[in-house]
Design a protein around this ligand. Structure first.
Ligand SMILES: [Zn+2]
Length: 231
């Protein structure tokens, strides 16, 4: 059986070659989604603990979150940057799934994953979703769900932006960001530990606005945050 499986995998590889999204080299049959060489070079974000680190501290000034984690350091000049570009703009939905599965393997045994009751992806506005065709955060969350068994709950929605962010000051920008997210939490889902999922965390403004919306809809909920990358 393993021989047959290997043969089928070789055949699939021959018919539809896969390429490493980081370095562009052709993937071998037993490579998962990035090549073996690149997988030894993940620019990992070193986090010693999940309940006190740069992710949760960035959130704490505005909202209470329990745990926070991110796996890769996002830098524009890094070839790993391509991974995120691929899943955000080039239809890399399979890749987003794979990243989600990989993320759960990396987080296995963490208190954050153990505490979570559900995965909630950061939503896109309807307009963005129409443009892009998919929500990369949802794809990552679905990959995480496959690997962890946790349910994905799309309880957040995002309205189209009312004002152009660029023309606003920092305070107005924050208020503007807050109005655009809304959460609907069913009675049966109240008091749960929500793991909010997104692709990249930059200032944390999006995650903060989403956490606010979640806690507004259910003050008894607990929220933790996970992003694949941190910039
Ligand atoms: Zn590679």
């Amino acid at each position: 059986m393993p021989k047959l499986r290997q043969w089928l995998s070789d055949l699939a590889d021959l018919l539809q070659p896969r390429f490493c999204p980081v370095c562009g080299n052709r993937l071998a049959g037993n490579d998962s989604f990035i090549c073996a060489a690149c997988s030894t070079q993940w620019p990992r974000l070193p986090l010693e603990r999940y309940d006190d680190n740069l992710i949760v501290r960035a959130m704490w000034a505005s909202v209470p979150v329990t745990y926070g984690a991110s796996l890769i350091v996002y830098r524009h000049e890094s070839p790993f940057h391509e991974l995120l570009t691929e899943i955000k703009y080039r239809g890399g939905t399979m890749l987003a799934h794979e990243l989600g599965r990989w993320a759960v393997r990396e987080l296995q045994g963490s208190e954050m994953l153990a505490a979570a009751d559900m995965l909630v992806p950061v939503p896109l506005s309807r307009r963005k979703l129409m443009e892009r065709g998919y929500n990369q955060a949802l794809m990552i969350a679905q990959g995480m769900a496959e690997q962890s068994g946790l349910p994905v709950c799309e309880i957040l929605s995002r309205h189209d932006r009312l004002k152009n962010q660029a023309s606003l000051g920092a305070d107005e920008r924050r208020d503007n960001a807050e109005d655009i997210y809304e959460a609907h939490i069913a009675e049966a889902d109240r008091g749960k530990h929500i793991l909010l999922v997104d692709d990249v965390m930059t200032t944390g403004a999006t995650l903060i606005a989403c956490t606010r919306a979640l806690l507004k809809a259910d003050p008894t909920a607990e929220v933790s945050v996970f992003t694949v990358a941190h910039s």
